[in-house]
Write a protein that binds this ligand. Structure first.
Ligand code: NAD
Length: 318
């Protein structure tokens, strides 16, 4: 049985699959050549991350496919309902990357509290000649300890982010229309500390938060969760992180909110129109930017690979 891991898969995943008799192909096939490649090679399982799309055309024209697998959470690059209607199995690895995304969010929170990202841009260029000017420019940092972090979407990643934020001494305010309360367990020096967090309403969160981080799926109606109306309700100088999906925050409204200093800093790991994000965001000196690397750690990729392998092996053993 042949598996095409078109956006790659960890060595641990490959080794598990090969031990069970699968042939794993990790060559990247261009989107336009996929149908031909799958049919010529009789691929039964196609594995993707966020880059390759598996749409109706592939589902309709590639009868050898039995499983579509997504390494990660968001399935917006797969026509899931259509695939399932046609009897295909669609799998993903929802929990494997939560820890890594939460850690990236903390990296961005520390970054935008001290403007580290902009300092990293300017020190190599001007550090030798304008050290004192830069020192003054970056002298207005703030501490995370004691600040309110508003978490919008209190599922796996939201709750993992809460663990780190509580550890850093932040107060967590959460909003999630489907979760009333979450029990957060912090493991510190082999002791478990339990913290119950009740969610609040969105307006309360927007009004009280010093930092806001989004951990929601892209709404089905395509409307951003944060747009100009929501920005208006936030504290002046609020700092915002989006490591959920591009489009969850209205990018134009964000740029406007930065211009009016409603938002002092933002951090983005995800963008509308990936892999070609808007230049206005990339060049904005108030935005810390990473190229959708929330799940891109060795540990998360390892877990993703082995979780996919287990699910595929189980499917064929049924
Ligand atoms: P999850 O399903 O565990 O949690 C999402 C939560 O959002 C749910 O509890 C849901 O009730 C809530 N929610 C839905 N709509 C909401 C709304 N309008 N307002 C507030 N809450 C709402 O998902 P997760 O594993 O925590 O992942 C969250 C998002 O993170 C995913 O949608 C995915 O796109 C993104 N993600 C990004 C990366 C990355 O590399 N940056 C990696 C993995 C996941």
């Amino acid at each position: 049985m042949k598996i095409l891991a078109n956006d790659g898969i960890s060595k641990s995943g490959i080794s598990k699959l090969e031990k069970s008799g699968f042939k794993v192909i990790t060559d990247h096939v261009n989107q336009n050549d996929l149908i031909k490649y799958i049919n010529e090679n009789k691929i039964e399982v196609i594995l993707v991350r966020s880059a390759t799309e598996v749409r109706k055309d592939i589902i309709d024209q590639c009868s050898s496919i039995k499983i579509i697998g997504r390494g990660g959470v968001g399935m917006d690059n797969i026509d899931v309902d259509y695939a399932e209607e046609k009897g295909l199995k669609v799998i993903n690895t929802p929990a494997s990357s939560s820890q890594s995304v939460a850690e990236l969010v903390m990296a961005h929170l520390f970054n935008i509290s001290r403007n580290v990202f902009d300092s990293n841009r300017n020190m190599p260029k001007n550090g030798e000649t304008e050290f004192k000017v830069l020192k003054k420019k970056y002298a207005k940092g703030i501490e995370l300890r004691g600040k309110n972090l508003g978490i919008i979407g209190f599922g796996r990643i939201g709750q993992n982010t809460a663990k780190y934020a509580l550890g850093a001494g932040m107060n967590v305010i959460a909003y999630d229309p489907f979760i009333d309360e979450a029990k957060i367990e912090l493991s510190i020096a082999e002791q478990i500390i339990k913290v119950n967090i009740s969610t609040t309403n969105i307006n309360d969160l927007l009004e009280k938060s010093d930092f806001i981080s989004l951990h929601v799926p892209m709404p089905k109606d395509g409307k951003p969760v944060i747009g100009s109306e929501e920005f208006k309700k936030m504290k002046d100088g609020v700092r915002l992180v989006n490591a959920a999906r591009g489009g969850v925050v209205d990018e134009n409204a964000l740029i406007d909110a930065i211009k009016t200093e409603k938002v002092s800093f933002a951090a983005l790991d995800v963008f509308v129109g990936e892999p070609k994000p808007s230049k206005d965001l990339l060049l904005n000196d108030k935005i810390s930017i990473t190229p959708h690397i929330g799940a891109a750690t060795l540990e998360a990729q390892d877990r993703i690979g082995t979780e996919l392998a287990d699910k595929i092996i189980n499917f064929y053993n049924q």
